[in-house]
Design a binder for this molecule. Structure first.
Ligand code: FCB
Length: 437
């Protein structure tokens, strides 16, 4: 069965941050620090999904989706990130899984979508090797409760973005600006992934995947300096997170670091544990030029000549085909089946006087990206699913509630949900699909 779904993440939709024994996450801490998020927005309430989840499952079943990718909040399951388990936190996901299955929707949980328990951050977060071990313990706890009903598990969401934004540049939680000294946060996330794969399988998980954010990288010109810079960027954004997992080795990172001293014997074997799928999140390609200043070995030259989303991201549907066929060309037999675990766009959606949201731009975005994915499939890439980011407008990290990505509009003052025109379009599109494609 081809998976057609939507994706969300716990901190972006759940709210209820003090409910039922949930512990504090790095995003609670970060969002409450002055100046960290636009207009000081926090996920304290978000979409109030923790209380309104039944309504949200009904919205998914109304559109005819057969899968749902959500994330489990580690601080709900283990409030201190280790040791004591909070059964009430697990109960929430248990009920959600049952309701999804009853609605004919396959649950696809992600174990870590950036909301690390603050207690673990206080011990170094992903800069510390111990966090990888704690992550595997938590993965096992979640799987022991849910794996009897959950076939496909995703360990981490976008370790690149978490490292780059959270540990290198400080624009996401935990707000560290370590620049290239952040590389251990990549390795320890990957190690955590590998240890979790083992723990999940031991606890009965049938299929395990990792979700990476990938971007096709283009050099700004054919000049050698631009080409070299593009290779360096590709190594950091794409290969750093795909090569160890699929090939059991790190790419050439000499542009960033003189030593990978934090890698211990056996780590790469652990990280390269076989996977059942690779999750790919695609938003846009990247254009890279030679560095203009000291520091990083590249400059982001910006993709021009395409329309942009409300976020300013270029809309390049064929970039998805390019990305998927590029992965196939690079990894060949080492590439497991792919699931597009996120794709979507933000728009300045407004309610019309008639109470509708006419998001034609989003309809075109989704239609064109699904077509691009199908072109890649026709060229031989094994793709098993496509998930729209996102079901609901939600807390878009540092942008707060300013970027609306949902198929369903949320009025954050009243929590009223209004399906957009894209929701109706997707419903009609799915009704016309053979579920095997
Ligand atoms: C991805 C994140 C997701 C959401 C989208 C817009 O990088 O995984 O949580 O913020 O971007």
């Amino acid at each position: 069965m081809f998976l057609w779904g939507t994706a969300t993440a716990a901190y972006q939709i759940e709210g209820a941050v003090h409910e039922d024994g949930r512990g504090v996450s790095v995003w609670d801490t970060f969002a409450h620090e002055p100046g960290r998020t636009r207009d000081g927005h926090t996920g304290d309430v978000a979409c109030d999904h923790y209380r309104r989840w039944r309504e949200d499952v009904a919205l998914m079943s109304g559109v005819g989706l057969n899968a749902y990718r959500f994330s489990i909040a580690w601080p709900r399951v283990q409030p201190a990130g280790s040791g004591a388990v909070n059964e009430k936190g697990l109960d929430f996901y248990d009920r959600l899984v049952d309701a999804l299955l009853a609605a004919g929707i396959q649950p696809v949980p992600t174990l870590f979508h950036w909301d690390l328990p603050q207690a673990l951050q206080d011990r170094g977060g992903w800069m510390s090797r111990g966090t990888a071990e704690r992550f595997a313990e938590y993965a096992e706890i979640a799987a022991r409760r849910l794996a009897d009903r959950v076939p496909l598990w995703i360990t981490l969401n976008e370790p690149f973005v978490h490292m780059a934004f959270g540990y290198a540049m400080g624009v996401h939680a935990p707000g560290l600006a370590l620049m290239t000294d952040a590389l251990p946060a990549a390795h320890h996330q990957l190690l955590g992934h590998g240890l979790a794969v083992r723990a999940l399988r031991a606890a009965g998980a049938r299929q395990v995947a990792l979700t990476n954010n990938c971007t096709p990288v283009r050099a700004a010109s054919a000049d050698e300096a631009d080409v070299k810079a593009a290779e360096a960027y590709d190594a950091l954004h794409n290969r750093l997170f795909n090569d160890p997992v699929l090939l059991g080795e790190y790419p050439d990172l000499s542009a960033y670091t003189a030593s990978l001293g934090f890698v211990q014997d056996g780590d790469l074997e652990t990280i390269a544990a076989p996977l059942d799928a690779l999750g790919i999140n695609y938003y846009h390609p990247t254009r890279i030029a030679a560095p203009t200043a000291e520091g990083l070995p590249f400059t982001d030259a910006g993709v021009t000549g395409h329309p942009t989303t409300a976020f300013g991201w270029p809309v390049v549907p064929d970039g998805l085909r390019e990305l998927l066929t590029g992965l196939e060309a690079r990894y060949g037999a080492a590439l497991p089946p792919i699931v597009v675990t996120e794709n979507g766009c933000s728009q300045d959606d407004v309610l019309t006087g008639r109470g509708t949201i006419e998001d034609g731009g989003r309809i075109a975005f989704l239609r064109d990206h699904i077509e691009a994915m199908r072109r890649a499939m026709a060229e031989g890439v094994d793709v098993r699913g496509y998930f729209v980011w996102s079901l609901l407008d939600n807390f878009e990290w540092a942008e707060g509630y300013h970027q609306r990505f949902g198929l369903v509009h949320v009025d954050f003052a009243t929590q009223r949900r209004t399906p957009k025109a894209s929701y109706a379009w997707l419903k009609e599109f799915l009704a016309g699909q053979n579920t095997d494609t």
